[in-house]
Each structure stands twice: as C-alpha cells, then as structure tokens.
Design a protein around this ligand. Structure first.
Ligand code: ADP
Length: 397
C-alpha cells in the first residue's frame, strides 16, 4: 500500500511517499525480519512556509506536494485514491499516547492538550493534520508519536524528584526520538542472534538534536531527554543537562526572562554555544583539527557527556552487549564514534579502527573481533517506521 508520510514543522513540510506491505502482511514481515524498509516512491520538502515571497501557509504547501505527486508527467500516482493513508509525525503524545493512533476528532483534541508540553512541535503537526484532512477527506490519517517508544520506562526513571503534585500535573520525563529508536530497534531485531530478547542495547541518536536510549529486551528502560527535548546530551544548539541552580542564577544575576532562557538553552547553546562558530558537527570537527581551541573544547564536552551517559545507562540497565550509533553524526562521523568508545574499554567496548573509519551512513558492525560489546552503525529510517506503523493501524482498523 502507498502511505504518504508527513513531517510538519513550523516553516516546513518534509514528505515521503512509501510503498509498504499492508497491515497483517507487515506484521508477518516484521516477525520474519523481511523486506521491512519499503520503497521510497517520492520524497521532498517544502520549506520557508509563510516567509515573504514563499508559500503562504501549510495548506498551500500540502497542495503543492500533492500536485507534484499527481503530476501527469513526473508524478508517481494517478489519483489521490492511490494513497491508502497519511502518516503524521507528532513529537509529543503526553501520557495519553503509547502507540500510533488513527486520527479522530477526539485524538486531535488530545494532541492539542499535549501542545503546551511541545509548543514548538505539536501545533505545526496539528496544522499538517487539519490540512491533510481538508485536502484528502476520504483518506485515513494516523499519528505516530516520538514519545510513545518510552512509555515502557519504569516510574523510577520517569519521575523528577519534585513535589509530587507537579508529577501528577504531568511534569515528568517522557523522552523523544522514539520514532528513530523504533526504526533502529526493529532493524536490530533481525540482526541480533535470537532477536532483541535478552539483549541489553544502547542506541545513541546523534543528529542536530541528540539523545541516548537504554533498551532492555526490546523495551526502553531509560533515555536522556525528559519533559522536553532539552535534557541530556550536548546537541547542536541545545545545552542538554545544566544544573537547575545555574538557570536560577542566570535569571537572578543576568535578569534573563523565561523567553530569553528558552532561546538561549534551545538555540544558542550546545556545540554552537561552546564553539562560538557553528552547530554543524562537520564544521566544528574541521576547525578543531586546524587548531581552534573552542571547537576542540565543544567536541570534548560533547563526547564527555555522551560517554558519561553510556556509563550511567549501563549501570541503570545492569549491563550492555550492543552499542548502536545512528543519525547524522552517529552514522557518519568515525571520529566522534572513536572518541566516545575510547574510554569504554572497561565495559567491553573495543572498535575495529579501519571498519569504523570506513563507515559512513551504512549498516555495519564496527567492533573489534572478539570484543564483549558489539558496536554497530544502523542508519535510522524514521519515515519508514511511520509508513509501516500507519499501514498497520489502517490495516487493523
Ligand atoms: P536532524 O537532527 O536535523 O535530522 P541529522 O540526523 O541529519 O539531523 O544530523 C545532522 C548532523 O550530522 C549535523 O551536525 C552534521 O554536521 C552531522 N554530520 C553529517 N555528516 C557528518 C560527517 N560526515 N561527519 C560529522 N558530522 C556529520
């Protein structure tokens, strides 16, 4: 079946049209570890939405996407009925959503309720859902959530040690990048002997945003992002962990407001903040190599934090047998992978330096022969997961 996957941001819509196996077939294929990827029939992006001289709104952007899919010469479908369903990426599913959901009036209202937890991400996704319903009123729509993968985290890993009334009000750890973790986990199930059962796996999703997740027997037991995607690892422009006392100090001593701190911690910190030059790991690695000390420091802080989390999660999971790198930095940078693994020999991590250096964006075992922990590069395929999940929900309904 053909599934249109939409990833709607505040100023862009990324899309893919995927051909995947239908509901029951997909589940069977997953069990057999077969043909999971699904073919990409078309993909692209409409960006700079609502900017001057560009596409006026999300509705028009989606119309343009459909026009290109239906184009008589270059299009890949004859009519909109050929699209079986639309799968939407939704970042925050709050307490309510622990699995993909067929979109109904009630589901939209519940996604809206989660919007205060993800003010940058959920409102654009809702705009995408509403426009897709308007333009394709007869096509079923499915929401796939980044938080859902982490619903299995035990209470002790979810609860902040705040007065409990705040926990009851939903101020707790949710975790993100769950669509990526789901895609990598499905792939691992076919790669590891005996599947994921009995395996203690850590997956480091290192893109512009970055997080790490501990997966024990196929289910998430801990992850580095929390109530929002700001907690945890050092990222391109996000600070990751900072002493909450430092945030209070910034408010009191520098007169910063909540909006100032939102901007500083989310957009001006991380690799960009420390290096002072860029959030792009390629740039910063290049400058560090040519002797730029602040770029060197940014990389050191990034790697130190990551290594610290690997150690912490090995302890919280009670072991580690497989360490996986994914997303832009994780899939492409042998230098970062080597730096992270360097201090981890005591856990049984040892790389094959040649295999590590030579691996860019492809699936590969990069561990040294005989190492106790397998280190793998597994490319993430978030659109593929959304397409399969959407086909399953529609097939089941
Ligand atoms: P997003 O989170 O936006 O989806 P990606 O997963 O595409 O991002 O990751 C983007 C990051 O990957 C950027 O910081 C980019 O510099 C980094 N990256 C891509 N290729 C390489 C490479 N060869 N070496 C180091 N970093 C890389």
């Amino acid at each position: 079946v053909k599934i249109l996957v939409l990833n709607t941001g505040s100023s862009s819509i990324k899309y893919q049209l995927r051909e995947v196996a239908g509901g029951a077939v997909a589940a069977g294929a997953a069990a057999a570890g077969l043909g999971l990827a699904g073919e990409i029939l078309a993909d692209g992006e409409v960006d700079r939405i609502a900017e001057e001289g560009s596409v006026p709104g999300h509705g028009r952007a989606l119309e343009l996407i459909l026009e290109s899919l239906l184009d008589p010469t270059s299009g890949v479908v004859k009519d909109t009925a050929a699209v079986s369903a639309v799968g939407h990426r939704v970042v925050h599913g709050g307490e309510r959503f622990t699995a993909p959901a067929l979109i109904t009036v009630e589901v939209i209202a519940q996604i809206e309720e989660c919007s205060s937890l993800a003010p940058l991400h959920n409102p654009p996704a809702l705009a995408g859902i509403r426009e897709a319903q308007r333009i394709l009123p007869h096509t079923p729509q499915v929401a796939v959530f980044d938080t859902a993968f982490h619903a299995t985290m035990p209470q002790k890993a979810r609860v902040y040690a705040l007065p409990y009334r705040y926990t009851e009000a939903g101020v707790r750890r949710y975790g993100f990048h769950g669509i990526s973790y789901s895609s990598v986990t499905q792939r691992l199930d076919g790669m590891l002997s005996g599947g994921l059962a009995g395996h203690k796996v850590m997956i480091a999703h290192l893109g512009n945003g970055a997080s790490i997740c501990a997966v024990d027997g196929g289910v998430c037991v801990d992850t580095s992002m929390g109530l929002t995607p700001l907690e945890g690892l050092v990222m391109g422009t996000r600070s990751g962990d900072v002493d909450p006392g430092a945030v209070l100090y910034l408010i009191r001593e520098f007169g910063l407001t909540a909006d100032d701190l939102d901007r500083i911690l989310n957009k001006e910190s991380g690799i960009l903040g420390v290096s002072g030059v860029s959030n792009d790991m390629r740039d910063v690695l290049g400058r560090a190599d040519s002797g730029d000390e602040r770029c060197r420091l940014a990389i050191d802080v990034y790697v130190h934090r990551l290594r610290k989390y690997v150690g912490a999660f090995a302890a919280s999971m009670g072991g580690l047998d497989t360490l996986v790198f994914t997303a832009g930095v994780g899939e492409n940078s042998g230098q970062i992978r080597a730096a992270v693994c360097e201090g981890l020999g005591f856990l049984g991590v040892a790389l094959d330096p040649e295999a590590n250096d030579a691996t860019h964006g492809v699936e590969k075992d990069i561990s040294a022969a005989g190492a106790r922990v397998r280190v793998l590069v597994v490319p993430t395929d978030e659109e593929g997961f959304i397409a399969r999940a959407t086909a399953e929900v529609v097939g089941a309904g």
